[in-house]
Design a protein around this ligand. Sequence first.
Ligand SMILES: Cc1cc2nc3c(=O)[nH]c(=O)nc-3n(C[C@H](O)[C@H](O)[C@H](O)COP(=O)(O)OP(=O)(O)OC[C@H]3O[C@@H](n4cnc5c(N)ncnc54)[C@H](O)[C@@H]3O)c2cc1C
Ligand code: FES
Length: 292
Amino acid sequence: MTECHGLAGLVPTAVQTTGRVVEHEPMARDTMRLRIECPEIARQILPGQFFMVRDPRVTDPMLGRPFALLDTYDGPTGEPIGVEFGYIVVGKMTELMTTWRVGDECEIWGPLGNGFPVPKDFENLALVAGGIGQTPFLAVAKEALGHRSYGDPLRQLSNFPQSVSLSYGARSAEYLAGLNLFEIDGLDLEISTDDGSAGHRGFVTELLAARIAGESPPDAIYCCGPEPMMAAVARLAQEAGISCWLSLETPMACGFGICFSCVTRVRLDDGSWDYRRTCVEGPVFPAETLVL
Ligand SMILES: Cc1cc2nc3c(=O)[nH]c(=O)nc-3n(C[C@H](O)[C@H](O)[C@H](O)COP(=O)(O)OP(=O)(O)OC[C@H]3O[C@@H](n4cnc5c(N)ncnc54)[C@H](O)[C@@H]3O)c2cc1C
Ligand code: FES
């Protein structure tokens, strides 16, 4: 059973609820996939949005942590009843999460943030991911390829891109997480690893550069990963005149606009810059607006 309360603040449709762990499986080295039953969030959430998760049994860590939607899953009636996300173990909360078992409860609030633009006006959509930054792109790819719809009411695309590719880079083969999930009809998946243990040896930006120079260059790029990699992707996109959106993974405390712990610098029309909250105005920003 889940409890649900309206979440006061700047995201009127978000809810804070008690979720229940229904699956918890390894995805790659130090990387796990969690499936949480939380129908109120699953019904609404869109690709590129996120939720905050915390453990109600502890006060350290006290604050929740943000995780991107990997995908929703359906119950017996065909309605979305829960969310999945992938996480890499980097610190206190993610270490604690590795101890969660099926049946455990967690606090979860969302959907939060803006998500990626609706992928309906592009011919060739290129998704570019580094490290754990591939997680938002499962739902993005499924929607852009017409395999699944999200949101309440369900978002139906009027036009689909002619091609959708995912260029996914990781340190080495053992860190490539959830490759089987990305074996989707129509998705052009290419891999790079820093050490050459799988796919192209080198940076994922080299795969993107080759794609841009190829026969069907992208007219839109969605990117998520470490900031230096996203800055490099933004430069490539700008040089080629391609629209590009970056999803930031700024550390967050509240997730819904109150604490200002998540600010990032954005350019203003008059040439100056100002702060914007990644949790509310992001996490997805047009690349050219960011001061990286
Ligand atoms: C919108 C959004 C979506 C995200 N989606 C995912 C996801 O799908 N999967 C996933 O694994 N992670 C995701 N993250 C990052 C995730 O929130 C952090 O890895 C997590 O908060 C770490 O918590 P922790 O308590 O384990 O680590 P902490 O103990 O808080 O930190 C451990 C170390 O990691 C560093 N660190 C913590 N957070 C970040 C960060 N965001 N960027 C860089 N360094 C950091 C700290 O400085 C510290 O050195 C997302 C972040 C955002 C903002
Ligand atoms: S995390 Fe609190 S304002 Fe963004």
